[in-house]
Design a protein around this ligand. Structure first.
Ligand code: MIC
Ligand code: SF4
Length: 644
């Protein structure tokens, strides 16, 4: 039987387990990436594991999230990461060099390699045929130390693309169509592979827009073949030698096939507050807008910027609109500065931001109260923009630019003839913002610089015999990590300080949660389906750990968050009978008798509700390895024990 693209890469990197859907597999990891908001914790964890030098082919640390520097915290954290990288063999991409996924695609990613990153949009690398997966910081730390990365062998979905996009319809519209079909939980436990004749019509940056937003499907990752188009992209990046061809076998078997005729697609928008709430721009046309933001790891490539500049050229941003643009990398920024496209943007009235995540993670540019903001980003979760009642719509750069000029939702196909913008035969190469690590001979003399914002990993303890805890919070379906551990300009600077950041845990849902959890000492969170969707931030597990949360009992979990809970030693439980969700209320006293023994024996867990005098059953599906991690009190203790 033939293999799919992803199965081929998995087979080559398989360290343990079998390639059978649903079983636990360990993968050899060739490359890692971190960004600063998850990076400080990941490097503290790497230090705690105690391996002197990374064992990967290439590990890169990026500074792109926390670049606002409203106080000493961000700058101190950057300095810590820079020094830790120098010491331990990691390349350091300085602030200003660009957004991790954009830069990694341009400068470091290689077809056929495995990459894990402490950021959920790491699958961007699938645009050049990498098996690129978002993970918790601790998983990345373990992989840097040469340890395997474990996932559940996913199902394979093939998205068959035929035809060609109409003028002004964009790669963003393709992924919005996939989101409309599959929903934000439709990709859980799956790898999405793109194939078919339509693939040949898409450039690498367009493919990367699609694989990037595969994160919003909840998918393990998304991937495109590595073909002549990939080769010419790498050649233009002066990296032709990094290219290898990679195609699925002709007789590869997929668990699911989705057909999309590119020529049938229209410009679309994901409406508030979910990336799968998709409507066509025609349905929204004429609606007044307040803000437009162009950039983020999804849509900040040279092609995106050039298309936007072409639309803006000679025009003026509408009176009622604020337009902000952040090019994705120094390479992109520099190229549009040199060729005049940046001047066209500035002339039209755009507010130019540095190459960083910026408004995507609420670091500035929050819209006005109730403001309607069109963004080329990938997430529009409630409150993420920094304005609680902001109405965020996710759109293509083309829709964003033309709407900024008109002041209302505008279908870019109304622009008439398309401006043809091609991938340049040669990108501008200048890696002077990437600092190389010290040589093995010099690494010992490098001093790691720690600021006062950096606090140690929270205390963990092995799983006790019985858990007695109260329900400290009850939430509904599709809770995102932005609910659990909000980001934004005020909270992000605390990412290296778990005691401080934990005071913001779940405050979007319930202001009293941190105090209540601390007062209770031991607590349990109850939730609905797709709990923990969104980011890879392990802070959404570490803050609850610090506040005394022992278990999370929900209808279903998102992949990365579930493994972050396990890594933190928090029990991820699901209802055996989903209707039992109704049987627990906030404040109920719960007991999980003999939980340790039941976990050891792979049995379902009894949850006694002392307040209501009832009993329900919960599942804790663990592999032998994740069971050992939970029993040890988390991955850090487990790894330390394994290495000692
Ligand atoms: C995001 O887009 O939500 C982030 C911020 O990039 C996160 C990582 C983080 O919270 O630091 C992600 O996607 O994993
Ligand atoms: Fe940065 Fe936004 Fe991409 Fe996350 S989604 S990595 S915050 S640009």
């Amino acid at each position: 039987m033939g293999l799919t693209l992803a199965q081929k890469i998995i087979k080559e990197h398989l360290l343990s387990g079998e390639m059978v859907v649903g079983s636990d597999i360990g993968l050899k990891i060739d490359q890692t990436l971190t960004q600063d908001a998850t990076g400080t914790m990941a490097y503290l964890e790497f230090e705690a594991i105690g391996i002197p030098r990374v064992k990967t082919e290439k590990s890169v640390a990026y500074i792109d999230h926390n670049t606002l520097q409203t106080g000493f915290e961000n700058a101190d954290d950057h300095r810590f990461i820079q020094s830790v990288c120098k010491k331990h063999g990691i390349y350091f991409s300085r602030p200003g060099n660009g957004i991790c996924h954009q830069v990694h695609l341009e400068r470091f990613g290689k077809p056929g390699k495995t990459l894990i990153g402490s950021d959920s949009h790491t699958p961007t690398g699938g645009g050049i045929g990498m098996l690129a997966i978002g993970a918790g910081g601790l998983d990345v730390a373990v992989a840097m130390g040469g340890g395997a990365y474990y996932i559940t062998m996913p199902k394979m979905v093939r998205v068959n693309l035929t035809g060609k996009l109409k003028p002004w319809v964009s790669a963003k519209d393709i992924i919005l169509e996939v989101l409309k079909i599959m929903s934000v939980k439709g990709g859980v436990g799956k790898i999405i592979e793109y194939g078919g004749e339509g693939v040949k019509t898409l450039t690498v940056p367009e493919r990367a827009t699609i694989t990037n937003m595969g994160a919003e499907l909840g998918a393990t990752t998304s991937i495109f073949p590595s073909d002549e188009i990939t080769k010419s992209f790498l050649k233009a990046q002066s990296r032709e030698e990094d290219w290898t061809p990679l195609l699925p076998d002709a007789d590869a078997v997929y668990d699911e096939v989705i057909d999309i005729d590119l020529s049938s697609l229209e410009p679309m928008a994901a409406c508030p507050h979910s990336p799968d709430n998709v409507k066509s721009i025609k349905e929204l046309e004429g609606k007044k807008i307040d803000q437009v933001c162009i950039g983020s790891c999804t849509n900040s490539s040279y092609l995106d910027m050039m298309r936007v500049a072409a639309i803006l050229k000679g025009n003026k941003v509408a009176e009622g609109v604020s337009l902000a643009i952040a090019p994705g990398s120094k390479q992109v920024f520099n190229m549009i500065a040199k060729n005049g496209a940046l001047a066209d943007m500035i002339e039209a009235g755009a507010r130019i931001l540095e190459s960083a995540c910026g408004p995507c993670i609420g670091m500035g540019q929050s819209p006005n109260s109730g403001g309607i903001s069109l963004r080329t980003f990938n997430r529009n979760f409630e409150g993420r923009s920094g304005t609680a009642d902001g109405q965020i719509y996710l759109v293509s750069p083309e829709t964003a630019a033309v709407s900024a000029l008109k002041g209302v939702f505008t279908d870019p196909t109304s622009l008439g003839d398309e401006v043809k913008i091609e991938i340049p035969p040669q990108f501008l190469i200048n890696d002077n913002m990437v600092i190389e690590p010290a040589s093995e001979a010099e690494m010992d003399s490098v001093e790691v610089l720690r600021g006062p914002n950096i606090k140690p990993y929270p205390k963990t303890s092995p799983l006790g015999d019985t858990i007695e805890a109260s329900c400290a919070l009850k939430v509904g379906d599709n809770i995102t990590t932005d609910h659990i551990m909000p980001a934004g300009a005020k909270i992000l600077p605390l990412r290296s300080n778990i005691p401080a950041i934990s005071q913001h845990c779940f405050t979007v849902c319930d202001k009293e949660f941190p105090k209540r959890a601390e007062m209770l000492g031991s607590s349990i969170i109850v939730g609905g389906a797709n709990y923990g969707q969104g980011s890879s931030r392990e802070h959404a597990a570490l803050a609850p750990l610090y506040l005394g949360v022992k278990a999370v009992l929900v209808k279903s979990f998102a992949r990365i968050h579930r493994s972050n809970l396990i890594n933190a030693g928090i029990l991820p439980l699901t209802f055996v009978n989903e209707a039992d969700y109704e049987k627990i209320a906030l404040g109920d006293e719960l007991v999980l008798p003999d939980v340790k023994k039941l976990i050891e024996n792979g049995k379902d867990i009894v949850v006694e509700n002392k307040t209501k005098g009832t009993k329900i059953m919960a599942k804790c599906e663990l592999t032998e390895r994740t069971k050992a991690i939970i029993l040890a009190g988390g991955l850090l203790d487990f790894t330390k024990k394994e290495n000692s």
